[in-house]
Design a protein. Sequence first.
Length: 389
Amino acid sequence: MQDPIEMHEKLRGKIIISSKIELNEETLPVAYTPGVAKASDAIAKDKSQVNLLTGRQNTVPVVSDGSAVLGLGNVGPEAAMPVMEGKAAIFAQFAGVNAVPICLDTQDTEEIIKIVKAMAPSFGGINLEDISAPRCFEIEKRLTEELDIPVFHDDQHGTAIVVLAGLINALKVVGKDKGVKIVISGAGAAGIAIANLLFHYGFENLCLCDSQGIVSKERKDLSEHKKNIVGRGTSPCKEGSCNLALKGADVLIGVSKPGQFTAEDIKTMNPNPIVFAMANPIPEIMPDEARKGGARVVATGRSDFPNQINNALVFPGLFRGLLDNGISNVTSEIKVAVAEAIAAMIEKPTTEKIIPSIFDQSLVPIIANSMKDFDKSGKRKVKSNVHTA
């Protein structure tokens, strides 16, 4: 792999803004003054024309406050820029979406909401990224309610969607069903979103863990979002460590920190366990260690191991579908439809292949196509049974 510092220093930014037309004596008066006034006047009379006469409908900001960057934590807006540029490059190459990195020098919830709302007229959708929990929940919720364009926090829902897609296929490999016991290590933005989507999909025996251990009703220190997880499903999770919760589990989903588990921990799970260890850049348990403990299917968030469970598989195609279909709300039904579409791309899942590659050229079109039957509100369209002659 090329040295990252060397590459970033050479490029001085991974994205560029370029013109779609060559400006000359003939085109400049049309693209800019005086001709551009006609386009502005048309939009002033009918704001919906902005999507036809500008690039708004195909442009999104990648917004971060730098408070939860990859595995680095709260490193600030400047340090978040390389990551947001990388996401913008992925948007451009894989989905043809114009994305602009926006790193904010504030971590105040109300101020972030105010800034993003003020920017909204320039964009067809909003991608929130690397904003720490629990603020990210309130920011996404409020912006979704107060804007008429889609708002998507990728760390939460992109991760949840790709986990569900991978799990659908991993269960096929090991011959198990929705009755499996699932342990999620990590109760931040990603962990809570994963739990909520898995519950929605029909998994019931689920145990969530945070840095203090098992999230259970016996705990008195739980946030509102963690409390909402407790009591759902059928899991009798009691107080104790996450390692204790693994006993008799079928699936481990890690969105926490490096080196959390050992082969001995995996040995306490049921036969043929599934291990998704997605902490980056160092997973909760390395693949060879997980297999030593008996893991049948192992996935990480890294591209140098088989089965990369990474939200980069989701957000380009998801936004392509949102923008093309005029969808303003990313519902649980849409998330499931996207996850099932991704899973279905692997016709015969194996231990080494449960998820497609981000470089699969059919990935983005398949995801976008899975959303064509949803209306603006994110609900599946009701098909009419009326036949005409």
